[in-house]
Design a protein around this ligand. Structure first.
Ligand code: MN
Ligand code: MN
Length: 457
């Protein structure tokens, strides 16, 4: 199964499975464009399937039994789901970890201003983006306003087909002589990534009349005051649904494959595991794109505390039990890989690159330069993983992130590796990574799901 094209020999039945799975995935990708929306989606499905809130179980001292289904949410932006196994937790956990934040533009805390009779929203980009890709495309606003009285107002604009969209303007080609001489990194300046939100002046208002008109609308429709922006999290993301890509419909185009494609496949793999031998876990984290920092990122103590709660509910009280459980655990750090793009072959070394339709991608290491920042998986663990894939007829391939010294990047793998746990990077090959329209292969998406399920089993 090592690096072969899935579609060359896929049966009709398998093709049907691939396409059916992608339909579900497209729904997820179309509706879940922020980390909060991903967590809410997972929580809803988990509750429907009988998963119980770990905090509630903990409060009631409810002992956990093999087969129990548990979820644990951290600040609405980070979720862990567990299926309790037949073996004791001290034998270790099988973990799938992915991130649910994606590169985007965030509204600043004081975003709204008026200039030349337009109302605009100032933004600060989040994660690594090519700024020029974010102008002149339909954009939507997703997020929340947290009010002083403790209420939180959900806000989505630009997704319903009757909704207006917003966007960022770019200079017309006719007057762009000077602009086009600039290097691509500064053709569009970060400070100029401002979203146009309106142009109607409020009657009778002399100064900032357009801004006043927008503020009136916000008050009327959402009961939001200008000061509420201070405690808001509004993300500017590409508007519209994920769609089939290619005449043959073999691919999916959408915003946020990095890393929601691995989040979704990991989540589904966990849900579809019945009666596991080892306790299985899917953890979806926030803030990977800015270094896995903060309370909801992979470096947060949340996961450790969550495991500690599981241990207490299965009769383990020693601090060393927590350390032992972590050390005995195994993880696939599920994150996307940079697919070999025929238009840019020069950035890859072809033998060690990943290709569309060749299955789940394993990276022994990521990192930059001399593997800096990578979790270099041990040969022994890689052998174990390879054996699992082969035994379960899962198509897989191995890759590096580009040619040596071409660039690089990292994942959450090393963070869990710090617990002295075996971790390997595994994910889906993606084109246009970090752009408003990323592309992934349907066959690879399905194969990642099969690979994750095989690993959990
Ligand atoms: Mn990623
Ligand atoms: Mn990324």
């Amino acid at each position: 199964m090592y690096s072969k094209n899935i579609l060359e020999s896929a049966s009709k039945e398998k093709l049907n499975q691939i396409h059916a799975f992608s339909e579900d995935y497209k729904d997820f990708l179309s509706t879940c464009k922020t980390e909060r929306e991903c967590v809410a989606y997972c929580k809803k499905i988990a509750l429907e399937l009988g998963y119980k809130d770990l905090d509630e179980l903990f409060k009631n001292h409810t002992k956990l039994q093999p087969g129990d289904k548990v979820f644990h949410i951290n600040r609405k932006k980070n979720i862990a789901l567990y299926r309790i196994g037949r073996k004791d937790l001290l034998e270790g956990i099988k973990i799938l970890g992915a991130h649910i934040d994606s590169p985007r533009l965030d509204l600043k805390q004081n975003p709204l201003y008026e200039k030349n009779n337009f109302a605009l929203l100032d933004t600060h980009y989040y994660g690594g983006i090519k700024k020029y890709q974010w102008v002149t495309i339909p954009l939507a606003l997703h997020g929340v306003f947290a009010k002083k009285d403790g209420t939180v107002v959900d806000f989505v604009l630009g997704e319903d087909e009757n909704d207006p969209i917003v966007g960022i303007s770019d200079l017309l080609i006719h007057l762009a002589q000077d602009q086009l001489k600039k290097p691509a990194a500064s053709v569009i300046e970060g400070e100029n990534l401002d979203v146009t939100i309106g142009s109607t002046p409020l009657k009778g208002k002399e100064t900032d009349a357009v801004k006043a008109f927008i503020l009136n609308l916000l008050k009327e429709k959402y009961d939001i005051e200008e000061e509420d922006f201070v405690s808001s999290e509004i993300e500017v993301v590409p508007a519209g649904k994920a769609r089939d890509y290619g005449l043959d419909r073999s691919m999916v185009a959408g915003y946020g494959h990095d890393d929601r494609v691995c989040a979704y496949t990991s989540f589904r793999a966990l849900l579809d595991i019945e009666d596991p031998e080892y306790t299985t876990c899917c953890i979806l984290v926030d803030k990977e794109e800015i270094g896995s920092v903060g309370a909801t990122g992979a470096q947060s103590k949340f996961f450790e505390d969550s495991i500690a709660q599981l241990l207490l509910l299965t009769g383990h009280e020693s601090y060393f039990d927590l350390r032992r459980c972590m050390t005995k655990s195994m993880m696939l750090s599920s994150d996307v890989s940079a697919a070999f793009d025929p238009l840019f072959p020069e950035v890859n070394e072809p033998k060690n690159a990943c290709y569309f339709n060749h299955g789940i991608v394993f990276n022994k290491y990521t990192g930059s330069r001399g593997k800096s920042g990578s979790n270099d998986t041990s040969a022994e663990f890689f052998a174990k993983v390879r054996n699992i894939m082969d035994t379960n007829d899962v198509y897989y391939q191995t890759a590096e992130l580009g040619r040596v010294d071409q660039g690089g990047g990292g994942t959450i793998a090393y963070i869990l590796g710090n617990y002295n746990m075996d971790v390997a990077d595994a994910g889906v090959a993606v084109f246009n990574m970090h752009s408003p329209m990323e592309i992934a292969s349907k066959a690879d998406i399905y194969e990642a799901y099969l690979g994750y399920k095989a690993f959990l089993k």
